[in-house]
Design a protein around this ligand. Structure first.
Ligand code: GLN
Length: 351
């Protein structure tokens, strides 16, 4: 007799509802896609070989490497990264994995860390976290100052720089921010992860806008701790290095209702919190391109200027794609194209 925790049982019921014949749980690299017709909803079985799909995406996009976009050169340590790289990896709810291209090359996770900082903040503080941080898309670049003045130092959402600095301030009040982040990430991706000290130092040396954002919020009484301390933690979070597969694993709790990707009986966040994080990723996770991402891809996504994008297919899988050349909104150009191809090829989208 298998014993299951309430969260595991809830999760299993949900999966069985979505997949009546349990194909996803039983077949190694197959999945079931929920298809709709104009008349009614039907469950259609597609045999999906995810490894093959990822390899096809790499083959399609590799010829476009280095043609368009630019690396984030406002952080000197990132300006040296070769644009000639592309990786993609995924992990399904039942732990099957696929990886292609440069999926094992470590890169700077940058703003993808905002996703994990938010998760830690929600776990530690619950609703209280929202006293000083909004939940609306900003419609402005990720490092913009303009809205803060009108909105009395309350950032629009936790995924722009001002919002993540505000989250980091709350973390500094509740825990050892740097240590907690590494502990959390190492736990959810099942191996040790590290900061790149050179990238952290490079950010600190040139992070004038972040210094301005933090001081501006402090002037409104919205930052409790010493600004330099908060920014030191924030810069270190951005400077964590991981590869595509590690990130696909680490974000796994977001496609399994908050349940830890590796540890039975352990929630990373609650089911409701996981749903809310996914909602914020969809509406705010790619800055002022969030509308375009929702329109073209329709998945909760979180990007970073290192060129990584994490995407969630709720109840099914988490995906990470990486290519360093960015578009004008700071999102990976080929990363976005890869996600478009993945959704077109698999039909896996929340819509
Ligand atoms: N969008 C990003 O990835 C921005 C993160 C970067 N470290 C910054 O603070 O500007």
């Amino acid at each position: 007799m298998v014993t299951r925790s309430p969260s595991q049982a809830r999760f299993l019921t949900k999966i069985q509802r979505n997949y009546p014949d349990n194909v996803l749980r039983n077949a190694s690299d197959s999945a079931v896609a929920l298809c709709s017709t104009s008349a009614n909803l039907v469950y259609a079985r597609h045999s999906m070989n995810f490894q093959l799909i990822l390899e096809e995406i790499v083959a399609t996009l590799r010829p476009q490497l280095g043609q368009e976009g630019a690396v984030a050169n406002y952080i000197p340590a990132l300006a040296r990264v070769s644009t000639n790289q592309f990786g993609i990896a995924l992990r399904t709810v039942d732990g099957h994995e696929a990886a292609a291209g440069d999926a094992f090359t470590p890169f700077s996770i940058q703003s993808i860390s905002k996703l994990f900082a938010l998760s830690i903040g929600m776990r530690l503080m619950g609703e209280e976290l929202w006293d000083r941080i909004g939940r609306e898309p900003s419609g402005n670049p990720f490092n913009s100052l303009v809205q803060l003045e009108n909105e009395q130092g309350v950032p629009r959402n936790p995924f722009i720089n001002a919002g993540a600095i505000a989250v980091t301030d709350r973390l500094v009040s509740h825990c050892e921010g740097k240590i907690e982040m590494l502990a959390q990430l190492s736990s959810v991706c099942n191996e040790a992860v590290h900061y790149n000290p050179e990238v952290a130092a490079s950010e600190a040396a040139t992070g004038y806008r972040n210094v301005a954002l933090a001081n501006f919020m402090k002037s409104f009484g919205k930052i409790d701790n010493d600004v330099a301390t908060v920014l030191d933690v924030y810069f270190h979070h951005c400077a964590i290095e991981m590869n595509c597969l590690q990130l696909a694993r680490a974000a796994g709790y977001l496609c399994r209702d908050g349940a830890h990707p590796y540890l039975a009986d352990r929630q990373v966040v609650t089911e409701r919190q996981a749903r809310r994080i996914n909602s914020l990723m969809l509406t705010c996770g790619t800055y002022d391109a969030a509308g375009e991402f929702a329109f073209l891809i329709g998945l909760p996504c979180k990007s970073g200027v290192g060129g990584g994008i994490v995407a969630v297919v709720p109840d099914k899988l988490t995906l990470c794609v990486w290519s360093p050349a960015l578009d004008s909104t700071g999102n990976s150009l080929l990363g976005r194209k890869a996600l478009e191809l993945f959704v077109a090829r698999t039909g896996l989208s929340v819509f």
